[in-house]
Design a protein around this ligand. Sequence first.
Ligand SMILES: [Zn+2]
Length: 314
Amino acid sequence: MKIYFHPISLEHRTPSGHPECADRISRLEGYLKNRPIGAELEWRLPAPATVEDIARVHDLDYIHHIRDVCQGLKGDSSQLLDGGDTWAVRSSYSAALVAAGAGLEAVDQVMGNGDNQTFVMMRPPGHHARKASAMGFCLFGNVAVAAAYAREKHGVRRILVLDWDVHHGNGTQELFYGDSGVFFCSLHQSPHWPFSGDSGETGEGDGKDYTLNVPLPSGTRIGRYEELFYKIIRPRVEAFQPELILISAGFDAHLEDPLGGIQLETQDFGTLTRMVRDWAETYSEGRVVSFLEGGYNLMAMPQSVERHLLALNE
Ligand SMILES: [Zn+2]
């Protein structure tokens, strides 16, 4: 299977001690290359997305703002982009364009002939990025940009975005909240940052009932996830009949993750993946593009990604 990675991901530096650090990706790359799964992976070096690609979901003024902030930074200096903990350095704009561009190449791959399952191993992550602002370590909504591209370039009419990161994918939700062509489904810890994703948030206008939020209390284990996948989510996926499945694959619902309280174990990410694979085989001709979102324990995350890739590659 193909894995999309570019070393510019490592140049998006965050302040010392920041959980969303370049070490995440370098550890993950090293780990995967030294495991048996490494022999199955074809590494692809993606190109940047264009501004036009990003502007399908983000305001042009915001894209230019990120570009200008980054171009104005000298040397190793960094700048806070929001009221939280989302930072930029000089290379961050380039890294964010390539992170989004990787998703577009992965979409082209699964919509063409050949491998139908791919993984995008890039940072900065994307699912918190809002239409006109950075948020939660995210600059551009990589999954959202990919969904909009799949629709425009490949004529995909129904796209499922499944987000199992421990944090609610508020950015992706916002970008497609009034859109019936993208079914956004998020399982996340609640109450927890960013404090959105209540089960009453179901979409608006044409997008009414095309958002499904499944808030979970701290301490939730895999058995509850399986129950919800089968009883609540699968019937909705069946009704929607997705032609393409995008996964916002966060690994911060792991029990050892410092940023969440969910109790998933390493192998559970294989279990989640197999359930989504099953949907993909049934509805979307196997087409799945998975994007790395969170996951901040530098031991647990690479091991969990390995289980995810093994199950995607089965
Ligand atoms: Zn997260």
